[in-house]
Design a protein around this ligand. Sequence first.
Ligand code: ADP
Length: 301
Amino acid sequence: MKIGILSTSKNLYSTRRLVEAIGQRGHEGQVINHKRCYMNIASHKPSVHYNGQALTGFDAIIPRIGASVTFYGTAVVRQFEMMGVYSVNESVAITRSRDKLRAFQLLSRKGIGLPVTGFANAPGDTDDLLNLVEGTPVVIKLLEGTQGVGVVLAETRKAAESVIEAFRGLSANFLVQEFIKEAGGSDIRCLVIGEKVVAAMKRQAKEGEFRSNLHRGGTAELVKLTPEERSTAVRAARIMGLNVAGVDLLRSNHGPVVLEVNSSPGLEGIEAATGKDVASTIIEFIEKNAKHGKTRTRGSG
Ligand code: ADP
């Protein structure tokens, strides 16, 4: 098969591992920088161009679209879908999961456990917003944040009011969320491929920190999931429509709650912590599922 990896750099760990796995399984791989693709969207024969050439003959693509280029990156994925090329994660599913508000609403509609969460678009009524999530302590998050940046724990009402006021002053969109204290500064990353959790790790925040992001000095180790955690992760990925997803869970007193469903999960931390060859599992999934024109939505909807 000829498989394209949409990625901004060949040197990223996940990209390198995917290229390696594609080669090991006897396929041809090409890294395509989606930021440098261009296309004629009005043509009857949709195409994607790169470095002066039309990209042809691809059986599948693996989108690895960073949060900052979601808009353009998903347009490139959609164009491939219009050409009938199978995308392991479809453009519609990527867009769905990137919009935190929409993702939470979809998950909650299907009964997935979530931390009690209030969304607000620069609200005038901070007091009521805090009541909505059952008071402090609360976690306040910028919607645009990643890797724990813009995620603040406010232990008192005064602190929460100040943070909300500051975010409001910057016209930033944010959410206010119940603080799951019992998680003890750890979260669980489940790597879902198809209908299975193929690897899972527990990330633990460093001393004195509640955010377990590895970028913030957290550590990771292999974890055994409960059947409920396993099924929550698989269902969350399915609801988003993602075949490959990193589902982040917190262990709360009321069962597993989903923090986020990531459409381009990093492979470095999870492969190191679990010793699993996640990259090859993704390629095996593509071998079984990629068919020309099989893209469910062909980029519509
Ligand atoms: P990002 O997407 O920027 O990583 P997250 O929402 O995943 O932001 O939050 C970063 C980390 O903070 C999580 O991995 C988790 O350890 C911690 N955290 C986030 N929300 C909560 C919460 N409601 N209760 C307890 N811990 C939380």
